[in-house]
Ligand binder design. Structure first.
Ligand code: ZN
Length: 232
């Protein structure tokens, strides 16, 4: 049950969200010798407009795409929870799955989707963000939350910070100027989502977005997050 700790745990609702949200930062962390792991909550089997593709085929393809992207970025390990796409709920069982992983891998930083984006926001993104927040605080910290995990030898763990991507209220920026191309390459692995080649339009949109996020900084391209420090 005990594994080598990882400094960063990225919890992504679907395969590909992490690449959009945090891949440039992940590439940077890996270059700084940080150990990064991915947790993929759903199997992504509804993420297509192709009426000919079967859900189970899509899920398999998306796992392969996620593994390829993670490999390219230098992510140490990818854990697939394989919940149904569009089927997440913030239940005690889902929280426990995340608490178990947090206590096993003992990350300093957890990264996920901002649950508090308003109005149109994929429910899996909203629910993943909320459940991760609840799992980090207070469940992973408190030994009486899920006492059966303690009996398995999983000690409580206090995460230092959560970074939420796609936030409408970002307060934390990371310079990804040097790793932006790696982010594009990682995104290109998700062919079922972005096509065989990243379109010039999408690439331009991502570059413009990264430039906007870096405004006022002394670097060119950024990923932005809402950072929450866990002080208690
Ligand atoms: Zn998604």
């Amino acid at each position: 049950m005990l594994v080598k700790p990882a400094q960063v745990m990225v919890v992504t609702p679907h395969p590909d969200d992490a690449e959009f949200g945090v891949a440039g930062t992940v590439a940077r962390w890996v270059q700084e010798q940080k150990e990064v792991i991915y947790v993929v909550c759903t199997n992504g089997d509804k993420g297509t407009s192709d009426i000919n593709i079967k859900p189970e085929e899509l899920a398999k393809t998306r796992e392969e795409e996620q593994l390829a992207a993670a490999r390219l970025l230098g992510v140490r390990e990818v854990i697939f929870l394989r919940h149904p796409d569009q089927g997440l709920e913030n239940t005690p069982e889902f929280r426990k799955e995340l608490v178990r992983l947090i206590r096993m891998y003992r990350p300093e930083t957890v990264v996920t989707a901002d649950p508090y984006r308003r109005y149109v926001w994929h429910r899996d993104h909203r629910i993943t963000g909320q459940t991760v927040l609840d799992a980090v605080f207070p469940c992973a910290r408190d030994h009486l939350a899920y006492p059966e995990l303690l009996e398995e030898g999983l000690q409580p763990h206090k995460v230092n910070e959560i970074l939420f991507w796609a936030s409408e209220d970002s307060n934390y920026r990371v310079d990804i100027t040097a790793t932006f191309d790696l982010k594009l390459a990682a995104l290109s692995c998700h062919k079922s989502q972005v096509g065989d080649h990243l379109s010039p339009e999408l690439e331009k949109r991502l570059r413009n977005w990264a430039e906007t996020m870096a405004q006022g900084e002394d670097f060119k391209l950024a990923e932005a997050f809402h950072q929450v420090e866990i002080l208690w």
